[in-house]
Write a protein that binds this ligand. Structure first.
Ligand code: CAA
Length: 247
């Protein structure tokens, strides 16, 4: 069914692959991304998708800000349709060993990775429960599961997602809404490529698969969790990490 599927961080590495997978599944993807992005970046992304035959609207918002999320979701619902699928994928890293981590690095990551989950889910939750169908997928990380030196801020937000999902899933499964997460390992995106080369090579050496993951490998898991017949899977997390860590 052509349900409207909002992906935050929608024009980034993982987000783009998710939008494509959702379109392939017959959904109407809508990319939400940062309102501080340069207009030419957004225009190029739209043109690239159009060249692939995909019409994916892009809306700009600040996911750390509740009012901005409210305004954006209202606009999407008026212009595209009711939001029936939400993928909270927007996330950033500000890596530093704890003794060097600044309050700003802590705040930016907590707000972008965790407040965003509340800010966006709040906008769509009532509609989903009232209509009796909804899919919420929160993108966590292997580093929320295992912790990562240099990422106290990021690991804290990604671990928090499991608690959020387990709590909310109990509130809404009877109303046809599922809440799940995916914990990607190290995937070949700009976020991972930003790791210092020597550190990154060491990390790749620890991945049993011997390589970084592909964004499409996360996107296909999103499509699985939001499928029409996935309504009995809730509060769950799926790791997609090339064997680096198991639940
Ligand atoms: N465990 C324990 N100690 C470690 C360590 C580890 N994994 N890595 C480094 N250290 C130690 C070092 O041995 C060093 O100790 P000494 O000072 O005693 O020699 C100390 O910590 C400082 O290490 P660095 O030289 O690396 O410190 P830095 O300040 O230059 O860099 C850093 C710190 C930016 C956090 C860098 O270590 C780094 O980038 N680490 C990788 C963090 C990481 O995995 N980020 C993932 C980003 S991608 C992502 O998050 C997506 C996803 O979901 C997977």
């Amino acid at each position: 069914m052509s349900r409207v599927a909002v992906v935050t961080g929608g024009i980034g590495g993982l987000g783009t692959a998710m939008c494509k997978a959702l379109a392939e599944q017959g959904r109407q993807p809508v990319a939400v991304d940062y309102n501080g992005l340069k207009p030419e970046v957004v225009e190029k992304w739209k043109a690239d998708r159009a060249a692939e035959g995909l019409n994916i609207p892009v809306y700009l918002a600040d996911v750390t800000d509740f009012a901005s999320c409210a305004e954006t979701c209202k606009k999407i619902e008026a212009e595209v349709g009711p939001i029936e699928i939400l993928v909270n994928n927007a996330g950033i890293t500000r890596d530093a060993m704890f003794h060097k981590m600044s309050p700003e690095q802590w705040d930016q990551v907590i707000k972008t990775n965790l407040y965003s989950v509340f800010n966006m889910t709040k906008q769509v939750y009532e509609g989903m429960t009232a209509r009796g169908w909804g899919r919420i997928v929160n993108i966590s990380s292997v580093n929320g599961l295992k912790g990562q030196a240099g990422q106290t801020n990021y690991s804290a937000t990604k671990a928090a997602i499991y608690g959020f999902n387990k709590a909310l899933s109990q509130e809404c499964i009877k109303k046809g809404v599922t809440v799940n997460s995916i914990s990607p390992g190290y995937i070949g995106t700009d976020m991972v490529r930003a790791i210092r080369e020597d550190v990154l090579q060491k990390i790749i050496g620890t991945i049993p698969a011997g390589r970084l993951g592909e964004p499409s490998e996360i996107a296909r898991t999103v499509a699985f969790l939001v499928a029409e017949d996935a309504g009995f899977i809730t509060g769950e997390d799926i790791t997609v990490n090339g064997g680096i860590y198991f639940h």
